[in-house]
Each structure stands twice: as structure tokens, then as C-alpha cells.
Design a protein around this ligand. Structure first.
Ligand code: ACO
Length: 435
């Protein structure tokens, strides 16, 4: 047996097959078991893909035990300190950080592509005022495929690039429009003179309308900085549920706008991007520090569906580096807004209590990125229903980086898992009057 391989012996037939162990730049060895079906006439069983690498990728690396997150090799802490979101989006998509001219050109292109087709605005009228903004986002982003279908040649790298930039550019416009629709306010058009984060906050909160620019609204620099940070921290996270959904959908050759809509749908669930909204609901439900033990007991009780939202992660089993950065920003933003948030105090106390509890220690359950992100969004006056939308804006660059990477690789097969079938064996229908 060669050193860099793994042998599997089929006990019934006695047949032994060797599978190569692949070594990436960083991370664990990975067994290439693609031939197992042909060799041993069996499949592998791994629900939830807990041990399965679904693709090769050059974009993001996570070491869950050490709490390391790298985008294209750069530690998240350095990117958070030195970059703006569009720089990071450029890095994710292109593999290298832009120089000053490249960044300027990219930012200008994003600004120029931030408008949406006027007809797209009418789509919002079809939604009830109380529709969840994520429902509107899924629908409206998916409908972009109807606007940019005929001109799209997916085999052309430039077409794919334009499509990716277009989506990064339009996501804040559509997200802000979803919010404005839900509160009955006129849509605010994107402005070419504002940066990515400022533009979004202006479209959310200024008193502008299509025909009027509010002269009194200006974006608070600390708020802009906090938003930029949150977008960077959420930009990518390798093969998470929504990114895998985008890849799986894209592997069929589906329209990219529809792929991103599929990613948004996957992000919505409370076990993924919906956790930030769920954390705030949970903190309100707990209400006060003295009720923490009661809720910790419920989180530990297997007969109770209650889980500590914002705690635990499939990959991080020591700490989530994004949570550490965000906790510090909570202090800054709250200090800047001159207010104390009782929910932040409660979150700190809950974290402290849980981290001393044997149940959470044993299972390596720590606060994840979303445990504190909601506190910052609250301080920025972003309503709870918009929290997952904010995550979607950020993750769009990651989704597209993965989509671009996959589409550029001609060997990408359609994603098509197998199953362990446990249903009835083949049987014959009994006529209805004899059943
Ligand atoms: N509260 C209480 N118990 C928990 C929690 C939690 N938040 N998370 C995990 N556990 C327990 C499980 O019950 C299980 O216990 P057991 O071994 O006694 O059966 C053990 O810890 C392992 O949990 P799994 O569910 O197997 O871990 P998995 O990796 O599949 O799930 C997940 C990770 C989905 C994030 C989970 O921790 C969770 O539901 N957390 C709360 C939701 C959340 O915050 N999601 C956001 C994730 S980050 C993101 O998407 C940006």
C-alpha cells in the first residue's frame, strides 16, 4: 500500500481497493473515493456532508479547531482591519487584492451597475406590505434572470464576470427596496457619488425619493465602518449550505441569477443565515439575566426543541474568529450611539454563563458570528427582519466567487448525490376495491 493512500477492504467479498489521499495547500488529507462505486459496487453514506469535500477550491480556508479563517490566504482579522468590502469582493472573485486603480475601476463599475430596471420596481407591488424582506429578495433576485437571459453567454468569462459584478451592485438596491416597501416608503435610487456601504444606508434611511435628494441625511462614519466590517466578515465561508446550494444549482448550467436566488433561500433558515434574527428573538424571549439558567437548561434538554441560537458551528470547534471581532465592534457602535443596549448586556451574560457550562464545554459550542451581529444591526437601526438580508448582501460576493470558480472549470460535473434507500421493495398494486 502506498503511503499517501487509504485501503478499503470489502469484508464480504474480500476485495481490497486503494484510494489516493489528496493533500491541499492547507487542511486535512482528503480521500478521493470517486471510483468506489465502480470498484466495490457501493456508495458512501454521509448525510449533512460532515466528512465530504464536494469540490476543489482556491477561495477560502477554515481551520475550525484553531479558529482560522483565510480569504485567498489573507487572515480575516487583517482584511477586517485594512480593507473595504469591495476590495474583499474583488479579492474573492479574482484571487488577488486590487491595486488602487483596479479598486477605483471596480468601485465605479459597481456604482454604475447598482440601478435596477424600472420594470423590476413593479415586482414589489405584488408583495403584501408585511411580506418578509427575505421572501421579496428571493423573488426579485430570481426575477433578474428574466431581465438578463438572452444576452448571457455562460461560456464567455467576460459575460460571467459582468453578471457577478451586476449582482454585487444590485443586491443593496434590491435589499433596501424590500425594506422601503415593507414600511411603505418611496424607493431611494442608488447614488454614484456614494460608496457601497454609504449608498446602502442612504437607500435605507434617507428621506429621499426618486425625484428628491434629502440634503439633511448623512451617514455616520462609525456606522459605515461597522457595516463594512460586517459585510467583510460574512463575505465567504467556503462550502457552507448556501454556497453549496449555489454550486449545486449552478452545476446544472442554470441561470446565475436563479442560482443566487437559490443561495438566498438556503441562507434564510435559522440553522444558517436566519440565526442572526433568531438570536435577537431569543434574547427578547429570555428577557433578563436572572432567566438565563432556565433557558440554558432548556437548551440542554433533548426533549425541548429550544436551542441556544448563535451558539455552535459545524466547522468551528474552538472559537469563531468573526465573533471575536464583532464583539469588540458592538462596544464601539453602542458607545458611538450613546446608548446601552440591554440585549447586548444580556448576550454577554449569556455567553459567560454558557461557556462555563459542562454541556457547552464538552460539545465545543461557542458563540458564532451571528451571536453579536444582530446587536450591531440594531444599533444601526436595521430592523430584525432585515438581518438575514444583510447577510445575503455580504455573502453575494462569496457565492459569486464560487460560481465563477466552478464555471471556469470545464471538468465540473453536475452535482448529484446518491442515497441509502429505506422505502418498500418493489411491489404490485392491489386494485382499489380489494385494498
Ligand atoms: N444549543 C444547544 N445544543 C446545541 C447547539 C445549540 N445551539 N448546537 C449544537 N448543540 C448540541 C446538539 O444538540 C448536539 O448534542 P448531542 O451531541 O448531545 O446530540 C451537539 O451539540 C452537536 O450538535 P450538532 O447539531 O450535531 O452540530 P452541527 O454541526 O450539525 O450543527 C449548528 C451546527 C446547525 C450551527 C448548530 O450548532 C445549531 O443549530 N446552532 C444554532 C443555530 C445557529 O446559530 N446557526 C448559525 C450557524 S453560523 C452561520 O450559519 C453563519
Amino acid at each position: 500500500m502506498s503511503k499517501d493512500s487509504l485501503s478499503i477492504r470489502h469484508n464480504r467479498t474480500g476485495k481490497t481497493v486503494e484510494y489516493p489521499l489528496l493533500q491541499g495547500t492547507l487542511g486535512k488529507e482528503t480521500v478521493d473515493i470517486r471510483a468506489i462505486h465502480k470498484d466495490l459496487d457501493c456508495f458512501t453514506y454521509d448525510p449533512g456532508f460532515t466528512a465530504t469535500a464536494s469540490c476543489k477550491s482556491h477561495i477560502t480556508f477554515i481551520d475550525g479547531d484553531k479558529g482560522v479563517l483565510l480569504y485567498r490566504g489573507y487572515p480575516i482579522e487583517q482584511l477586517a482591519e485594512h480593507c473595504n468590502y469591495l476590495e474583499v469582493a474583488y479579492l474573492l472573485m479574482n484571487g488577488e487584492l486590487p491595486n488602487a486603480t483596479q479598486l477605483q475601476d471596480f468601485s465605479l463599475e459597481v456604482a454604475h451597475r447598482s440601478m435596477v430596471h424600472e420594470s423590476l420596481r413593479n415586482f414589489f407591488d405584488g408583495f403584501s406590505y408585511d411580506a418578509h424582506p427575505m421572501a421579496m429578495l428571493v423573488g426579485v433576485v430570481g426575477s433578474l434572470s428574466a431581465f438578463y437571459h438572452s444576452e448571457l453567454n455562460m461560456k464567455d468569462p467576460e459575460h460571467r464576470r459582468v453578471c457577478a459584478v451586476r449582482m454585487i451592485a444590485k443586491m443593496p438596491t434590491i435589499a433596501a427596496a424590500s425594506y422601503r416597501h415593507s414600511v411603505g416608503k418611496p424607493f431611494v435610487y442608488p447614488r454614484l457619488d456614494l460608496g457601497y456601504c454609504e449608498n446602502f444606508l442612504n437607500m435605507m434611511f434617507s428621506r429621499s425619493s426618486p425625484n428628491y435628494i434629502d440634503p439633511n441625511y448623512s451617514v455616520d462614519p462609525i456606522e459605515k465602518k461597522a457595516l463594512n466590517l460586517l459585510l467583510i466578515l460574512h463575505a465567504d465561508h467556503e462550502q457552507n449550505a448556501s454556497t453549496s446550494t449555489v454550486r449545486l444549482t449552478g452545476s446544472t448550467g442554470a441561470n446565475p441569477y436563479a442560482c443566487i436566488a437559490a443561495g438566498i433561500a438556503a441562507l434564510w433558515g435559522p440553522a444558517h443565515g436566519g440565526a442572526n434574527e433568531a438570536v435577537l428573538r431569543m434574547l427578547k424571549q429570555i428577557g433578563s439575566v436572572d432567566r438565563i439558567p432556565e433557558f440554558i437548561a432548556r437548551a440542554k434538554d433533548k426533549d425541548d426543541p429550544f436551542r441556544l441560537m448563535g451558539f455552535g458551528h459545524r466547522v468551528y470547534k474552538n472559537f469563531d474568529p468573526r465573533a471575536t471581532i464583532i464583539r469588540q465592534t458592538c462596544y464601539e457602535v453602542l458607545e458611538n450611539s450613546n446608548r446601552q443596549d440591554p440585549l447586548f448586556e444580556l448576550a454577554l451574560a449569556l455567553e459567560e454563563y454558557a461557556l462555563k457550562d459542562e454541556y457547552f464545554i464538552e460539545r465545543k459550542l461557542y458563540p458564532n458570528v451571528d451571536f453579536y451581529s444582530g446587536v450591531i444591526y440594531r444599533a444601526l437601526n436595521i430592523p430584525e427582519e432585515m438581518f438575514t438580508v444583510m447577510f445575503a448582501i455580504a455573502r453575494t460576493s462569496g457565492w459569486l466567487a464560487h460560481w465563477l470558480e466552478m464555471m471556469a472549470d470545464p471538468s465540473t460535473p453536475i452535482g448529484r448525490p446518491r442515497q441509502l434507500y429505506l422505502g418498500p421493495e418493489q411491489r404490485n398494486i392491489i386494485p382499489i376495491d380489494a385494498r
